[in-house]
Ligand binder design. Structure first.
Ligand SMILES: [Zn+2]
Length: 83
C-alpha cells in the first residue's frame, strides 16, 4: 500500500530540550503554559490558542529542529548526534 505524507519526530533528547526551553521561556515571555498540554497560549489579550511552531528543516544528513514562539524567540534543539 502506498503511504502518503511525511512524519517528523523528535528523539528523547530533543523532546527534553524542547520541554526545558519552554519551561524557562514562559518566564521571559508574555505567554503562559498550559500545565496539562505543555502548549503556550497568549496571555489575557485574547482567545487562547497554541502559539509555538515546531520547524523541521530537512537537510542532507538529517532534520534540524527549531522551536519558535510567537513572541519571536526561537531555539535550535537539534541533536547533532543524529547526524
Ligand atoms: Zn515567547
Amino acid at each position: 500500500m502506498f503511504e502518503k505524507g511525511r512524519n517528523f519526530r523528535m528523539n528523547d533528547l530533543e523532546d527534553q530540550r524542547c520541554r526545558e526551553w519552554l519551561e524557562v521561556h514562559k518566564d521571559h515571555c508574555g505567554n503562559t503554559v498550559d500545565e496539562k498540554t505543555g502548549l503556550t497560549y497568549e496571555g489575557s489579550m485574547g482567545p487562547k490558542y497554541p502559539n509555538i511552531r515546531y520547524c523541521f528543516v530537512p537537510t542532507g544528513i538529517g532534520n534540524a529542529i527549531v522551536i519558535e514562539c510567537s513572541c519571536g524567540r526561537s531555539v535550535d534543539i537539534t541533536d547533532l548526534a543524529n547526524y
